[in-house]
Design a protein around this ligand. Structure first.
Ligand code: PLP
Length: 450
């Protein structure tokens, strides 16, 4: 009975009574309690330890409770927690400068937000303001956040629940080479994903298109897709051809996740805007950022960006951001992600050989996924993909239970297991987690016999 007050018995019960959980109806929910965390581990309410191979939502890139970041937050809290965003603060200026230092090209000015979705909202606003054009082209199989505008950009079935969405939003297909929308194979295709995008641009009238927004490497929320090597440079050229801004959503793919500071660095592409959040503070305080090119920064000298929010550049978040970037630098976490990313991919390929249900393995750096199929020849999905409650929860049933029992957390979606551990995971810890995954996948293979 949710309407009467109960003296709550447990953390989970209390949460269930008073908290609305995301992306699901509330009935029947039994949230796992998380009581503490450290490094690559979290502990539940029974004291059981889990290896966090997901880094929660691919955000705790330097590991849980990183002491340097905890200390920076504590020290800042003692000094100055908050100043309104029209004032200049030491930590906001310093963090913006550090972000500019690690950003590609001339992306050198930052608008701070409180999260990734909000960063995408502002990126749209900035692109519209500076170009004077209304339309935004996003892509199917992409996640950009759950606020109104960001969910309009999001390219999956959940977007329908946000309708009527943001006017002027159009969707195109992205390269999903394992199941090419255009029936092609990456080795021999004509990059129909790009030629069709150009056709869409022309039909939408390029003079009305402010920006194309992409997840540079699409996160596991929609399947984890690494584009072919020429895709991002060609996308950049296509945007340039029509004077369209390229917005790269690096909320998840940024901060070393793909073995580079930002995923665009994999192809030396410089977008007009990068949006980010998550790893920016190691998720220890909420913070998002919209980072813009010199050209945009210059335009904003004369054009007003009609935007502002109470928490923009919150001092505690900025202090966490400074310490997080110092940590990534000094602990060599970008390099570790690149090095262990190679180990991860080859291990997943080895696992694929052992399990007929592993249809595809893909990834870059410590950002990888396996896709499950019934039949490698036909590539038919192992499980129905769109049935509630599977659609947002993963629905991997016995596979997930086996991992849970083994004390390993992964990111799950229908027919997809995403691996995105903290970047300071050791090779031994990674191998331990992958061994558990290997064993759990026996349950996937067993489904073939059902
Ligand atoms: N963009 C991408 C690529 C994401 O993965 C996410 C969150 O998972 C978001 C945007 C939204 O970020 P937030 O949840 O901080 O609003």
């Amino acid at each position: 009975d949710l309407t009467t007050y109960h003296p709550h018995k447990s953390v989970a019960d209390q949460n269930r009574h008073h908290v609305i959980f995301p992306w699901t109806k509330q009935a029947g929910l039994k949230p796992k309690e998380i009581m503490r965390a450290e490094g690559v581990y979290v502990w539940d309410g029974s004291g059981k330890r889990y290896l966090d191979l997901a880094a929660q939502l691919a955000c705790v890139n330097a590991g849980h409770q990183h002491p340097r970041i905890v200390r920076a937050i504590q020290e800042q809290a003692a000094k100055l927690c908050y100043a309104a965003p029209q004032f200049a603060t030491e930590v906001r200026g310093r963090l913006a400068q550090m972000i500019a230092e690690v950003m590609p090209g001339d992306l050198n000015k930052v608008y701070f937000t409180s999260a990734g979705a909000e960063a995408n909202e502002y990126a749209v606003k900035i692109a519209r303001t500076v170009t004077g054009r209304p339309k935004i082209i996003a892509r199917y199989r992409a996640y950009h956040g759950a606020t109104h505008g960001a969910m309009s950009l999001t390219g999956d079935w959940r977007r329908a629940y946000n309708e009527p969405g943001m006017p002027g939003t159009v969707h195109a297909f992205q390269p999903y080479c394992y199941r090419c929308t255009f029936g092609q194979e990456p080795g021999s295709c004509a990059r129909e994903c790009l030629t069709s995008l150009e056709e869409i641009i022309q039909f939408e009238n390029p003079e009305f298109v402010a920006a194309v927004i992409v997840e540079t490497i699409t996160g596991p929320s929609n399947g984890l897709y690494v584009p072919p090597d020429d895709y991002m440079p060609k996308l950049r050229a296509l945007c340039d051809k029509y004077g369209i801004m390229l917005i790269c959503d690096e909320v998840m793919s940024g901060w070393g996740r793909t073995g580079e500071w930002f995923a665009v660095n994999n192809w030396n592409v410089v977008p007009d805007i990068i949006t980010t959040a998550k790893g920016l503070t190691n998720a220890q305080v909420p913070l998002g950022a919209v980072v813009v090119s010199g050209r945009i920064a210059e335009a904003l000298e004369e054009q007003t960006l009609w935007a502002g929010s109470t928490y923009s550049g919150h001092a505690l978040a900025c202090a966490a951001g400074i310490a997080a970037i110092e940590t990534y630098r000094e602990e060599g976490l970008i390099e570790n992600s690149r090095r262990l990313g190679t180990v991860l991919l080859s291990e997943l390929q080895r696992i694929q050989q052992r399990h007929p249900t592993v249809g595809d393995v893909r990834g870059r750096g410590l950002f990888a996924a396996i896709e499950l199929v019934k039949d490698r020849g036909t590539r038919a999905p192992l499980m129905p993909a769109r049935e509630e409650p599977y659609a947002t929860r993963g629905g991997l049933g016995a596979i997930k239970r086996a991992l849970d029992e083994a004390g390993v957390m992964v990111f799950t979606r229908p027919n997809l297991i995403g691996i995105s551990p903290p970047l300071n995971i050791t090779e031994e810890q990674l191998m331990e987690g992958l061994a558990a995954l290997d064993r759990a996948l026996d349950h996937a293979d067993a489904m073939l016999l059902e």
